[in-house]
Design a protein around this ligand. Structure first.
Ligand SMILES: CC(=O)N[C@H]1[C@@H](OP(=O)(O)OP(=O)(O)OC[C@H]2O[C@@H](n3ccc(=O)[nH]c3=O)[C@H](O)[C@@H]2O)O[C@H](CO)[C@@H](O)[C@@H]1O[C@H](C)C(=O)N[C@@H](C)C(=O)N[C@H](CCC(=O)O)C(=O)O
Ligand SMILES: Nc1ncnc2c1ncn2[C@@H]1O[C@H](COP(=O)(O)OP(=O)(O)OP(=O)(O)O)[C@@H](O)[C@H]1O
Length: 524
C-alpha cells in the first residue's frame, strides 16, 4: 500500500439511487437532465473519483473544485454538486449541475442520502466519537480494543488508521471529509461492523466533516494549546470542539474534567452529559463533583492499573499495557462511553478480567520500540506542550537512568506553541536533542533555532543539549548517548511513515529508524 496516497474505503456493493429523487427530496435547483441518471457514490476530490459518483465542487483554500468538473466528467462523474460560482466554472463540462449555496454544508446530508447512512438508516453500527486536544486517538483505540474484548466486530476512524473489522488502511486526515466518512460507514455496515470509534478533530467540526451523523455517545478528553494557526484563540478553538455536543451530532456525552475546559463543555453542552475526573489531575472541586472518578492504583513502565468508580458506587479495577496516568484517564473515558451506550459495567469488567486487562495496541503513542537489552526507546505522536508534559513525565518516572528527549516541531503549523514545547522538554529531560519534524515550506534551521530559544526558558536546564539535523542523525546521536537504564522519548512522528519536506511526502518511519539506530549501537 502506498502510504503517501492511502485508499479511501467505500462500500463494495453500492446501491444506485436516482439523482432526480435526490434533487426532489432536497428541493435542489438543477441544470441539465437528470432523467435516468443514477448515483453510486460521492466525492469532493477528482483524485478519489469513481464512475457513478456525484462530484462536489467546493471552494477550497487554493482553488474551486468545480474548475476540475471536466476532468471529473472524463473520469465518470454523473453530475456536479456546486454553488453558483462553481456552476459558471463548470459550464463546459457537460455534467448536470445540482445547485446549492454552500456545497460543503450540503455534503454530509447528501452523502448520507447516497450511501443510506443518515441517522434514521437501518442497520447502522453504534457510533462513538471522541474530541479534545490530546487523547483522541488513544481513547478511540482503547474503546475499539474493549469493544473487541466484548465480542463485537468493530470499526475505527483515527489519525493513524481506519479499521473495518480486520481490514486496516492508513489514514490521510484525522477525520475524513463528509463524503469519505459516509462511504466508510457504509463499508463498515457491509462488513458487519457493530460499533465504530471515530476521532473528531476541531477542523472536522469547522469543515462539517461529520455532518449527517448522529453519534450515540460523544466524548471530550481535554483542551490545551494547539492549532492556534487555524483558530484565533483558545475560545474559538474550544467553540469548534463544543459543536460535537450539539443534538445534531450526539445523543449523550461523556466529559473529562481533567482540564478546566471540561466544566465549560458540561455547562454549555446541549445534550445530556456525564462526567469523569482523574484523582490528582482534575481540580479538587471538579474531582468531587464528577459522576465517575479514576484513581491510579499501580503504575510501571509496562502497565497502569486503575479503579473507575461510578455514581452509584459500582467500581471496576483493571489495567492497560500503557504508560502514564493520562492513558488511564483515556481508558476510563472509553469505559464510561460504553456504559452510556448501554453496556453493563459488570459485563465490561468481566470481559477485561478474562484477558487480564485492556488489550489495545496504540501505534506510535508512547510505543516502545526497543528490546530487552539497552535503553528503552519510545516513539510518540505528541506535538503540544501538554502532551510533552504528560508523556515525558511518565517516561521519566520509570527511568532509573537519564531521560533523553528527541523532538522537532511541525513547519507551517501553529508556531506559537514552539517555545512552550521546548521549555517543557528541557524542564523534564536530562539530555535534549532538538531536530527536524515536518518542515513543510519552512526553513528547518529556523524552527530549530526557535526551539533552542524556548529550551533556554526552562528553569531546569538539561545536562546536555544538542541540535542535530536530519532526524535520522538525531536518533543515532541519542542512542549513542544512552546506556542501559536510560530512556529515549522521540516525540512528534509517532505512527507516521513520511516527512513532509516542501510539500513532498518523503517515506520515513521513526519506529524503523529508532530500531536501526539501536541495532547499529549493538543493542538489537
Ligand atoms: C484546511 C483544510 O482542511 N483543507 C482541506 C481542503 O483543502 P483545500 O481547501 O486547500 O483544497 P483545494 O486544494 O483548494 O481544492 C479545492 C477542492 O478541489 C478539489 N480538487 C483539487 C485539485 C484537483 O486536482 N482535484 C480536485 O478535486 C479538492 O479535493 C477540494 O475539494 O480540502 C482538502 C480535500 O478534502 C483537504 O485535504 C484539506 O485538508 C488539508 C490537507 C489539511 O491539512 N487539513 C488539516 C488542517 C486538518 O483538517 N487537520 C485535522 C486535524 C489535525 C490534528 O488534530 O492534528 C484533521 O482532521 O486531519
Ligand atoms: N488524556 C491525555 N492528556 C494529555 N496528553 C495525552 C492524553 N492522551 C494522550 N496524550 C498524549 O498526547 C499525544 C497525542 O496522543 P493522541 O494521538 O492519543 O491524541 P490526539 O488527540 O489523537 O492527537 P492528534 O489530534 O494530534 O491526532 C501523545 O503524546 C500522548 O501521549
Amino acid at each position: 500500500m502506498d502510504s503517501r496516497n492511502p485508499p479511501v474505503l467505500r462500500p463494495e456493493h453500492p446501491t444506485p439511487r436516482p439523482l432526480a429523487l435526490l434533487a426532489q427530496e432536497f428541493g435542489l435547483e438543477h441544470t441539465g437532465s437528470l432523467d435516468g441518471v443514477e448515483v453510486t457514490g460521492v466525492t469532493l476530490s477528482t483524485g478519489d473519483l469513481r464512475p457513478g459518483d456525484l462530484y462536489a465542487g467546493i471552494q477550497g483554500a487554493h482553488s474551486h473544485g468545480a474548475q476540475f468538473a471536466s476532468r471529473a466528467a472524463e473520469q465518470g462523474a454523473v453530475a456536479l454538486l456546486t454553488d453558483p460560482a462553481g456552476a459558471e466554472l463548470a459550464a463546459g463540462s457537460g455534467l448536470p449541475v445540482l445547485l446549492v449555496d454552500d456545497p460543503r454544508a450540503a455534503l454530509g446530508e447528501v452523502s448520507a442520502w447516497v450511501y443510506r447512512t443518515g441517522a434514521d438508516s437501518a442497520n447502522l453500527p453504534l457510533l462513538f466519537a471522541t474530541t479534545g486536544t490530546n487523547g483522541k486517538t488513544s481513547t478511540s483505540y482503547l474503546l475499539e480494543g474493549i469493544l473487541r474484548q466484548l465480542g463485537l466486530v468493530t470499526g475505527l476512524s483515527s489519525t493513524a488508521e481506519r479499521h473495518v473489522g480486520d481490514l486496516t488502511v492508513v489514514s490521510r486526515l484525522t477525520t475524513p471529509e463528509a463524503s469519505e466518512m459516509h462511504a466508510l460507514l457504509a463499508r463498515m455496515r457491509e462488513g458487519g461492523v457493530r460499533a465504530v470509534a471515530v476521532e473528531v478533530s476541531a477542523q472536522a467540526l469547522t469543515w462539517r466533516r461529520v455532518d449527517g451523523l448522529v453519534f450515540d455517545v460523544v466524548a471530550f478528553t481535554n483542551l490545551s494549546h494547539d492549532h492556534l494557526d487555524d483558530y484565533a484563540d483558545m475560545e474559538e478553538y474550544f467553540r469548534a470542539k463544543l459543536e460535537l455536543f450539539e443534538p445534531e451530532h450526539g445523543r449523550r456525552g461523556v466529559v473529562c474534567l481533567d482540564t478546566s475546559w471540561g466544566r465549560r463543555v458540561v455547562d454549555e453542552s446541549r445534550i445530556p452529559v456525564t462526567t469523569v475526573a482523574t484523582r490528582g489531575h482534575a481540580s479538587d472541586e471538579d474531582y468531587d463533583a464528577a459522576q465517575w472518578t479514576v484513581e491510579i492504583l499501580e503504575e510501571s513502565a509496562a502497565y497502569s492499573e486503575f479503579r473507575l468508580t461510578g455514581p452509584d458506587g459500582r467500581a471496576l479495577v483493571t489495567r492497560e499495557p500503557l504508560i502514564g496516568w493520562h492513558m488511564a484517564a483515556n481508558a476510563a473515558l472509553a469505559i464510561v462511553m460504553l456504559v452510556e451506550a448501554g453496556f453493563e459495567l459488570e459485563a465490561i469488567g468481566a470481559a477485561l478480567d478474562a484477558d487480564g486487562g485492556i488489550r489495545a495496541y496504540l501505534p506510535g503513542r508512547t510505543e516502545r520500540v526497543s528490546g530487552e537489552r539497552g535503553p528503552s526507546v519510545y516513539v510518540d505522536f505528541g506535538h503540544s506542550p501538554d502532551a510533552f508534559e504528560n508523556t515525558l513525565g511518565a517516561v521519566r518516572r520509570f527511568t532509573p537512568g537519564r531521560t533523553i528527549m528527541v523532538f522537532g516541531a511541525d513547519g507551517d503549523r501553529d508556531a506559537t506553541k514552539r517555545h512552550e514545547m521546548a521549555r517543557v522538554a528541557a524542564e523534564l529531560s536530562d539530555v535534549l536533542v532538538i531536530t527536524d519534524h515536518h518542515p513543510r515550506f519552512e526553513d528547518p534551521a529556523s524552527i530549530r533555532a526557535t526551539l533552542l530559544d524556548g529550551a533556554r526558558l526552562a528553569e531546569h536546564q538539561p545536562e546536555e543539549t544538542y541540535e542535530v539535523s536530519p532526524p535520522e542523525e538525531a536518533i543515532r546521536k541519542a542512542v549513542s548517548l544512552a546506556k542501559e537504564g536510560d530512556s529515549i522519548l522521540w516525540a512528534g512522528p509517532g505512527h507516521q511513515d513520511y516527512r513532509d519536506i516542501r510539500g513532498v511526502r518523503t517515506p520515513y518511519s521513526a519506529r524503523e529508524l529508532a530500531r536501526a539506530a539501536l541495532h547499529e549501537a549493538g543493542w538489537a
